[in-house]
Every structure is written in C-alpha cells, then in structure tokens.
Design a protein around this ligand. Structure first.
Ligand code: NAI
Length: 319
C-alpha cells in the first residue's frame, strides 16, 4: 500500500512481547513485514516464575496472520541469548525495543534489597545487556534503531515506586549517551514513557480509564522512531498514551553567578537565590552549562557581600 511504513527484510527484537505494550509492538512490526523475535520470560508482573506460553501465544498469533516471528524465553538479563535468537534465525538485527518490565511497588521505608535489586536487574541490566549484544551488529551494518522504555514514575517520581523510578529514569541517561555514541553509525536511540492498559496498570487504574489507554495507541510513535525514514530524531524523550504524544526536554533557569573567591559563601548565594530557580528566561540545553565561560564572567563581578543575617524561605538564618 502506498505510503505505508514497512520493515520488510528487517529484524525486530521486542523484549517482554508476551503481553501488553510489547505484544502490540511485535504484532504491528510483523504485520508490516518484519521478522520479529518475540522475547518473554513469562513470569508474573512482580517478576516471579516464568514459562514459554506468553511468547508462544504471540508467535502463534503472528504466524496465523501470515507474519514471521520466533519466540525467545530468556530473561533480558541474558540479552546475548535474545540477540542470538535474531541472528541464528534471521541473520541480522535492525531494531531493538527494550520493553520488558516488572514492578515491585512498596514504600521506601519498607523496601527490601530484593525489591530494589530485581527492578535494577530487569530494567537497567536487562536494557543494557540487550543493547550491548545488538550494538556490534548495528555498528557493523551502520544501521540500528533502539527504543528504551522509561515511565512517568521515573520522570516525575511516584509514591511507592522508588526502585522503579530510579530504574526508569536511568533509561533516559542510557538512551542519551547511546544516541551520542551511535549517531556516527546511524544508530538512533530514543526513550519513551508510555501509558497503556496492561496487567501492570490493571491493578492501579479503573476499567473506564483503561478503556481509553489502548497499548496499540503507543505503537505509531515507536513505529515512526524506528523506521529507516527517521534519520534525525535521536536521544529524545517522548510521552505516549491515550492518543497523546509529546516530546519532553530539559529546561534550565538563567541561574545566578557568583564570584568564585574567598567571599563565595552560603550568604552570598542566598543573596542571589531568586535567580537560581527563576525560569523567566529559560534555555533548553542538550549539554552542561559552559562553566569556563561562566567562571570568566563571574571573575569580572565585584566580591560577594560579607556574611550576615539573611532571610531564606521566610526564615532568618545566620550564614
Ligand atoms: P506487561 O506486564 O503487560 O508486559 C511486560 C512484559 O515483560 C511481560 O509480558 C513480562 O512477562 C515481560 N518480562 C518481565 N520481566 C522480564 C524479563 N526479565 N525478561 C523478559 N521478559 C520479561 O506490562 P506493560 O504495561 O506492557 O509494560 C511494558 C513496558 O512499559 C515496561 O517496561 C513498563 O515498565 C513500561 N511502562 C508501562 C506503563 C503502562 O502504563 N503500561 C507505564 C510506564 C512504563
């Protein structure tokens, strides 16, 4: 069909594709000509147990619809085996969707090392291992498209999800650096914070809301970003859910500068505190501030005021 984005002769690996969002991605890519590796460990949403049924079911559905797919049942912590499934069956890998995930929600006060560690293993180590195993193939063929999966919990914090939030924001830093290292080799990497009805959200959202959050509605964003016609969009963060898609970026306040000398004290900073968090003249950085230039500007300023009683957030402090 004219104008249809397709992935003919390409190989797409989707982790955690036995249900939810991963299944929606896998069935879509297969319907658009891709050879798909349907990876799923098949455990519970808390990361317990495992089995082949979840991945097999999706592969069966894809094949019944005339598509091409193979199953892989490894944990993403064993990314090498997942990527090898693509290489052994189809001889290459073009697109990696790091999607597998679990939850171990609990307040920080009650969190056990096991809750923290398991989340890190699946989300952080899992995404790393899969990308690491795919990377040499991407570099060699000078082509690769990667989607990593973050979450609103990671971007904004979420009560009871300290472990998950930490793991999910790590996907942003991971993606931004992969994007920088991959650019020269035409490896484009983006990170999404989806929201969709799945077994993960079924416990926290009412059915009438879940009805409006179809996993299929996240697919177009993932498709556009992973198609060969995307030649420039990389290192970006996107939200997608309920039909809404939006790019996110960092915002930096104009900030304040102080002369860095003996008078550079807490009092000097409090005198100019308003400027630190004043966003009336923002910039949208893709890298750190130019510290050398700022340092030079600061040295041109007069010495900072001496210590004194000063008001901070309505309280008087001796600084
Ligand atoms: P889901 O629970 O339906 O799907 C996750 C899949 O990953 C499951 O099929 C599970 O068996 C698989 N999996 C878990 N651990 C694995 C491992 N170690 N190795 C291989 N497969 C494993 O959940 P959903 O909602 O589809 O989540 C997909 C991704 O999107 C996850 O990374 C999740 O954290 C993220 N996400 C989802 C949101 C939502 O609203 N559904 C919100 C924000 C992020």
């Amino acid at each position: 069909m004219a104008g249809e984005l397709r992935w003919d002769n390409q190989v797409v690996v989707v982790t955690g594709a036995g249900g939810g969002l991963g299944k929606a991605y896998a069935t879509f890519f297969a319907s658009r000509g891709a050879n798909v590796v349907v990876n799923d460990l098949g455990g519970s949403f808390k990361g317990e147990g495992g089995g082949s049924a979840a991945a097999d079911k999706v592969v069966d559905e894809i094949r019944a619809a005339g598509g091409k797919a193979v199953a892989n049942y490894d944990s993403v912590e064993n990314g090498e085996a997942i990527i090898q499934t693509a290489i052994q069956n189809y001889g290459r890998i073009d697109v990696l969707i790091n999607n597998a995930g679990i939850l171990r929600d609990i307040s920080f006060k009650n969190m056990k090392d096991q809750d923290w560690d398991l989340i890190m293993k699946v989300h952080v180590i899992g995404a790393y291992k899969c990308a690491r195993a795919a990377w040499p193939y991407f570099r060699k063929q000078k082509y690769g498209r990667v989607i990593n999966t973050s979450s609103a919990a990671g971007l904004f914090g979420s009560f009871g999800q300290c472990n998950y939030s930490a793991a999910k924001l790590s996907q942003v830093g991971f993606t931004e650096t992969l994007a920088k290292e991959g650019l020269k080799y035409n490896i484009l990497c983006n990170v999404i914070a989806p929201i969709a009805a799945s077994r993960m959200t079924a416990t926290v959202m009412p059915p009438e809301v879940l009805d409006k959050l179809k996993p299929e509605w996240v697919v177009p964003l993932v498709a556009v970003l992973t198609h060969s016609s995307n030649e420039t969009e990389t290192g970006s963060i996107f939200e997608a859910g309920g039909g809404h898609m939006a790019k996110l970026r960092w915002e930096r306040a104009k900030g304040t500068i102080l002369r860095a000398d003996d008078t550079f004290t807490p009092a000097a900073l409090l005198k100019k505190w308003d400027g630190v968090s004043n966003f009336s003249e923002p910039s949208y950085p893709t890298g750190p501030a130019n510290f050398l230039e700022l340092l030079e500007d600061a040295q041109k300023l007069p010495a900072n005021p001496p210590a004194e009683q000063i008001s901070f957030n309505g309280k008087v402090a001796l600084v």
